[in-house]
Design a protein around this ligand. Structure first.
Ligand code: CTP
Length: 444
């Protein structure tokens, strides 16, 4: 009996896949199809896959062509599989020509002609194209536009900005360049908002009233009433309103969060996060700070993310200590939270520099995420006995921005906020920012 094996993602199964499977089957008597696990696809940079592993397996199964289906989970697994299953022929489409020649050592390698004119990538893009308009002055918009190229089905249509002097050539070349947000809203299905937080409420409200989806740099609003109103408006108009904290989408951060939730360090007793940067303030010397993101808005949301995700938003007490140099601009803020069974602290600063690390302390051990923890690909789980320590590494591409865009599109497609940042967390972040703006703080 001649055993044949082939591998693929098989997202949105199409004619090209079926032809490949038919010809693979015809090469022998028994066909094994390896289907990539979601995590494996992510790790190899294929971030746009629409269907879950189970859906993709089901689709391949329904072709009736596979005698056996296996899941491909790790780099190098093909060699293991070929040995384990006694495979005679390995085959894939000609788009991989030469790539798997190293398997000749273990079995025969056959590249089959790829079917022209059809691919999962095309199908994903055809399914929908979301036109995104960019709002704000920050150079983050340059990165966002560059990262959007990694995501199928997104088109950046233009920007609304009061100062585009630092925008990339790509942004300068967009069809819509305006300072009138209504014009941008008209031509967009969704907005990515990074304008100054004091403008978020008005801008988001206008866009939501016109049924546009929103991805907004946190905080979404400066007080809870406004946030609630926007959330309700989004719901009434069938729109997505999502916080854009890219850290939440980094694989390492997300895995760390899930590990801690599953109890690996016991009960969490303390979360301590630090986020600081100096560059922004230095470049703004002698300039007006009223349009500059202050420390509590620029760094507060990301620093609060692990606190609210791990301990919830129902703290019993909170204290804010700030150093403010001009109206509302804090160079430095410390926030302490007291929970019934735990505590948390965060330190954020745009005029103070410190080690940007995250430590989560539990009753059995602790998690250490080294600086800069907010764009990490690495963390450690440490115990009393160092021999029990575990290190985790996950590739981080594009600082998490591309994964965030994928998540935003999935939310729009699915009609519900399936992002990693729940409404409860978004609201809790706004709650802290509101207390800051109400001057419920100690000044130093
Ligand atoms: N394949 C093919 N002809 C096509 C598309 C895919 O023969 N038009 C083959 C690939 O060469 C591979 C298998 O089908 O052997 C699974 O491919 P997969 O990567 O899942 O599909 P693509 O459509 O190429 O996906 P993407 O656009 O995401 O790269």
């Amino acid at each position: 009996m001649t055993k044949v094996i082939t591998y693929g993602t098989y997202d949105l199964l199409h004619y090209g896949h079926i032809r490949l499977l038919e010809r693979a089957k015809a090469l022998g008597d028994y066909l094994i199809v390896g289907i990539t696990a979601d995590g494996f696809d992510m790790a190899r940079g294929k971030i746009n896959v629409q269907q879950s592993l189970m859906e993709r397996i089901e689709a391949v199964k329904n072709t009736g062509l596979a005698d056996e289906i296996i899941v491909e989970e790790y780099e190098g697994q093909k060699i293991d599989d070929i040995k384990r299953y006694g495979v005679d022929i390995f085959t894939v489409g000609s788009d991989w020509k030469g790539h798997f020649d190293y398997l000749n050592e273990f079995c025969k390698v056959v590249y089959l002609d790829r079917t022209q004119g059809v691919s999962s990538t095309d199908l994903r893009s055809e399914k929908r194209e979301i036109r995104i308009g960019l709002v704000g002055e920050s150079t983050v918009l340059n990165k966002f536009a560059a990262e959007s190229h990694f995501v199928n089905g997104v088109k950046i249509v233009g920007y609304c900005s009061l100062d585009s002097s630092q925008f990339s050539d790509e942004l300068q070349g967009l069809p819509i360049k305006t300072s009138d947000i209504s014009k941008l809203i008209e031509e967009s299905d969704a907005l990515y908002v990074v304008s100054h937080p004091s403008k978020h409420y008005e801008q988001i409200k206008l866009a939501l009233q016109r049924k546009k989806h929103i991805l907004c740099e946190s905080p979404i609003a400066l007080n809870v009433n406004q946030y609630e109103e926007l959330k309700q408006l989004a719901k009434d108009n069938g729109c997505i309103l999502m916080d854009a904290i890219k850290t939440a989408y980094s694989t390492a951060y997300n895995r760390m969060h899930l590990l801690v939730k599953s109890g690996v360090i016991g009960e969490v007793k303390s979360v301590d996060s630090i986020c600081t940067s100096l560059s922004d303030l230095e470049s703004k010397k002698d300039k007006n700070l009223s349009n500059t993101w202050n420390s509590i808005c620029a760094w507060g949301p990301v620093a609060m993310l692990p606190v609210f995700q791990l301990l919830g938003s129902k703290y019993s007490d909170m204290q804010i200590i700030s150093h403010i140099i001009s109206e509302n601009f804090d160079t430095f803020t410390k926030v302490s939270f007291v929970y019934p069974n735990a505590v948390a602290s965060l330190m954020v600063g745009k005029g103070v520099k410190s080690e940007g690390e995250l430590i989560i302390s539990g009753t059995k051990g602790y998690v250490y995420v080294p600086a800069p923890w907010w764009k990490t690909d690495y963390f450690e789980v440490r115990f009393e006995n160092p021999a029990d320590n575990k290190r985790y590494f996950y590739q981080l591409d594009g600082e998490g921005i591309r994964y965030m865009i994928v998540s935003f599109l999935k939310a729009i497609d699915g009609g519900r906020n399936c992002s990693y940042i729940g409404n409860e967390v978004s609201e809790a972040i706004v709650g802290v920012v509101e207390r800051y703006y109400m001057n419920e703080l100690i000044l130093i």
